[in-house]
Each structure stands twice: as structure tokens, then as C-alpha cells.
Design a binder for this molecule. Sequence first.
Ligand SMILES: [Fe+2]
Length: 370
Amino acid sequence: MLSNEHPALSLPQEQSLHMPIEDRPGSLCKDRSVPAPARRSSHRILLVDDESEILEGLRTMLEQAGYQLTCTTSLQVALAAITRETFHLVLTDLYLGGDDLGYRLAEAARACKPSVPVILLTGRPSFAGAHEALRSRVAEILVKPVDSSQVLTACRRTIQESELTRRNQELEAQNQVLTAVLPRAIEAKDPTTCGHAERVVHYADMLAQRCGVNREDRDSLRLASLLHDVGKIGVPDGILTKPGPLTQSERALIEQHPQKGYEILEPLSYHENVRTWVYQHHERWDGKGYPNGLAGEEVALPGRILILAEVYDALAEPRSYKAAWELPRIVGYFRDQAGRHFDPDLSHLVANGLERMGGRFFASRADQLF
Ligand SMILES: [Fe+2]
């Protein structure tokens, strides 16, 4: 039983109910005798208790706190309501009369899309009950008697946590579009580059760790590595997959992809470094790269790392126009291109590491490198 000692949960005699709330005329909970709350929340709560007086006490308290309530004493009515309406929280008694248990409602709430958090009220806590509550992923169990501050705190906290979780899930879904779907779309243009972006992320991050690049720049570098060829979406497939040499006009089209990538990524307004390093990933240390012929440290260290990591993968993997290079040939290339295509320190670091350790140079932990 709820504590009737607390004024918020004790009912004046004239408000006690003589019939189930859902049997009243109108919808489930339309009694307007309760004073309107000062500040009405947009949060909707499904409140279920088979004892009408407790239900009414909770309803009064929660409405006064600003929540919008749908109330019922019946599990069946609650199950129908949760499939029909949108709620931010279910607050239900565990024992709802007969064999009806609040767990059934908890499972229905969990199955909703998005799922609805549940607070369970029980007067008979037990280990088995706690286990079942965990299994049903009940957000919180309140043991009767409870007072109004306990209930209000639990409702507020559970709704906040649920909204935070939902927001994080939305951000995660948006992030997946950026980090999983977009790279796949790029690689669909040229199947021979399958897995290229993910490998470049790994190589670049390993090198960045080795060079002491700070965490924030490493985060940006991983994203730039993943998206570095996004501008190829604007290049005709026939040119990207053409075996053999390209004509001058075909090459000019391909060389537009860093600029196109920079433009495509314009909405990433908080990631200017990502855009910049994508834009610069075909520059060279000697200034003979494109699109702007930047030289030396005009490209920041993370950008120079991306330039090298991208070429390493292009050499080590087969492409439509070439077979995969053997390791000694790659080592020779990095030695030869130190100070030409690549930052000389980086180039020697990679050449030495590959020579000494082979493919293990790009092991998953920086401290395994040497
Ligand atoms: Fe590229």
C-alpha cells in the first residue's frame, strides 16, 4: 500500500472513486476537479494501479507536478493504451489483481519503438521479483510505502535518463550514416577500393599515436581518413575503374575530388580540420601535389600522415590498374619519396618500421611498434 500519511497521496473523501477510472465517461483519466498545474509538462505518463484510491492519489500528485496522465486500474486497458498512444514513462503497480502482473506491461513498454521506461511499484519486494524486474529491464523499483518526493524524483530521473539515451541513439544513428554508410557509398563507386577507407583510418591512427598527435586531432584525423575520398562520388565510375592510363581530361576530373570532398563536407561546420585534411590529401611535401601545390609544413602533421597512410594502402593492395606491391618495393618507395612525396621524417619512420617488422608495423597498439 502507498503511504496515506503523505498529504499528496491521501485523498479527500469526496474524491474517492466508486468505479474503475477507465469506466468513467470520456477517456481514461479526464477528471478535471484537480487544480491545473502551474507549469504543464509535455511528458505523458501511463499510470496503472488496481487500487483506485492509490491511483487517484498518484494521479493528483503527478498532475500537480505538471505531467499529463493516462490512468487505469486494468492491465488490459493499459496494454491497449501503450500500443495506441505515445508515453514517456509507465508507472505501474506490480500486482494488478488476479494473475495480472506489471511485468507484462513492462515487456510491452520495452517492445514499443522507441521503448518506454517503466517504474514498478511493489509492496512485496523479493529476490525473485528483483530478478524478474531486471529481466524486464524495469528502470526503477519503488517499494511501498513511498512518499511523493520519492515518486516525483524517480519519474523525473527516469524520463531524463530515457531522453538522454534516446538522444544518444539518434546521434549514434546519424554518426553511422557519416562513418559507415558514406564510406560504403564511396567504395561502391570503385569495388577495387573495398575496405580502403577503414584501412587508412587504422594506418593513420597508428602513425598519429606514434607521432604524439593529440587526442582531438586524432579524432579528426580518423574521420578525415574515413571520408578522404568522398569527393569521388562526383567522378564518373568509368574513370575510377578504368584499367590502364588515364587521358589528360580524365585525370583532371579525378583531381577535382579533393575539392568536391571539401564541398560535400561543408555541413561539418564543427570539423574544419576534417574538411581541410580531406582537401589536402593529394598534396606533396615538395609542393608538386594538387589541388594547391602546398609544400612542407603548409600541410599540418595529421594531414601529412593521411597523405602517407593513403598511399601506403594504395601500394599494399591491388587496384584496377596494378597488383599489390611486395613489401621491399614499398619500403624502397618510401625511402625514395622521403622529402619528395612525403614528410621525410614520417617516410623514414614508416620505411624503417616496415623493414624491421613487416606488416606488424601497423599493429593495433603503438607500444607494439618498437
Ligand atoms: Fe583521393
